[in-house]
Design a protein around this ligand. Structure first.
Ligand code: NAD
Length: 355
């Protein structure tokens, strides 16, 4: 008997603002799934989004979606403070989840999301976007294979410049940027916004961090440091010095003030037998490596990395095969633990041990 084809996995996107476009494009090109619903509390944005991607169903809340729609999975793309409540609601309804980063607002919340998802047996993944980048996957393989020897030193940075540029719109007049600058609106600043990516990029190949020191800085950006209801008090810049569990030292930094770099990721991992690096300003598809005789002459080879499946493709595959994949909620919670430790270290002006 020929096997009956599996019906497509039905997906809803919750939160139809800026980043939802990315999710829609990726789900549209992923085989085995169908985008069936959009959810947003803002009716205008919801309509524009569902129209743009020909999504048949539109709802004003997650509760309405879960009541009326026959979906298998959700992508949670709302601002950070809403991730936890929406995730728990969807987990209780047995839905698989792909959640935006940062997973939650702190480690206890992120851990409870990871535990609930595990208990319910639903596929749970965090959208650490740069896992889609082939050079990062290749670098992780190289480091973990031992090809560069024992890791001794790591340099990692994620730089943006939207506080000094209008390339992505004017942050002074747009809610989509202003909430990111305000702790009252649930933002963890640049550390929570893009620092999570670079923490993931550094620890994915090298392994866990056992101690860190962090200095955060918030610059004055408006009269009384306020625009409308937004108090602009979330961190703009973060610099961490870290010790990894394997003994290597590292510096990890992020800022929105790196004029001249709209969105640049840089990672260099040096070991006793070689070094690997990637610099998104040079290429998003190639990595650099210096090993063997090249070490003596400071010669670096640039190598194109073989394309890697997207997080969306792996999420849908996990649902369809029942095989979990990474990065999952537990991984999201581990990164959240590093965020909490960074805030604590900045407060105490002391190194913090990660337990
Ligand atoms: N992985 C990445 O590289 C990346 C990049 C950008 C943003 N993000 C993350 O994506 C999330 C959304 O960011 P964005 O830039 O799209 O923000 P945004 O402000 O552009 O859009 C958020 C949307 O969610 C809607 N919303 C708010 N509360 C809601 C609720 N309870 N139910 C349904 N809809 C609700 C808003 O009306 C808005 O349309 C954030 O967590 C952010 O950190 C991730």
């Amino acid at each position: 008997m020929p096997k009956k084809p599996q019906p497509p996995t039905r997906v809803a996107i919750i939160g139809t603002g800026g980043m939802a476009n990315w999710h829609a494009r990726y789900f549209k090109k992923t085989r085995g799934c169908r985008l069936v619903a959009g959810v947003d509390t803002h009716p205008g944005r919801l309509k524009a989004f569902t129209d743009a991607y020909a999504i048949p169903e539109a709802y004003g809340s997650t509760a309405e979606l879960l009541l009326k729609s026959e979906i298998d999975a959700v992508a949670i793309v709302t601002p950070d403070p809403d991730h936890k409540a929406i995730a728990l609601e969807c987990i209780a309804a047995g839905k698989h989840l792909l959640c935006e980063k940062p997973l939650a607002l702190d480690y206890p919340d992120a851990r409870s999301m990871a535990r609930s998802a595990r208990k319910a047996g639903v596929v749970n993944m965090v959208h650490f976007t740069y896992r889609n980048w082939a050079p990062l996957q290749k670098i992780a393989q190289i480091v973990q294979s031992g090809k560069i020897g024992e890791v001794r030193h790591v340099e990692a940075s994620y730089h943006q410049s939207w506080l000094v540029s209008k390339q992505w719109g004017d942050w002074r007049t747009s809610d989509k940027w202003l909430w990111r600058l305000s702790t009252k609106h649930g933002s963890k600043g640049t550390l929570g916004d893009v620092g999570v990516h670079i923490l993931d990029c550094a620890t994915f190949p090298v392994g866990p961090i056992r101690e860190l020191s962090c200095k955060l800085k918030t610059f004055r950006k408006a009269p009384r440091n306020r625009i409308g209801t937004y108090k602009l008090d979330a961190n703009d810049s973060a610099i961490l010095t870290v010790e990894f569990a394997n003994g290597a030292l590292g510096s990890i930094q992020t800022t929105r003030w790196m004029t001249g770099h709209l969105n640049r990721l840089f990672l260099k991992i040096a070991g006793t037998r070689g070094s690997v690096a990637f610099d998104s300003k040079l290429s998003e598809t190639a990595y650099q490596i210096c090993t063997g005789a090249d070490i003596e002459t400071d010669t670096w080879q640039t190598i194109e990395a073989k394309a890697t499946p997207s997080i969306h493709a792996r999420f849908i595959k996990s649902i369809r095969t029942g095989q979990p994949d990474q990065p999952d909620f537990a991984r999201g919670a581990e990164i959240q633990k590093l965020l909490d430790a960074s805030f604590k270290s900045d407060d105490l002006q002391q190194p913090v041990r990660i337990r």
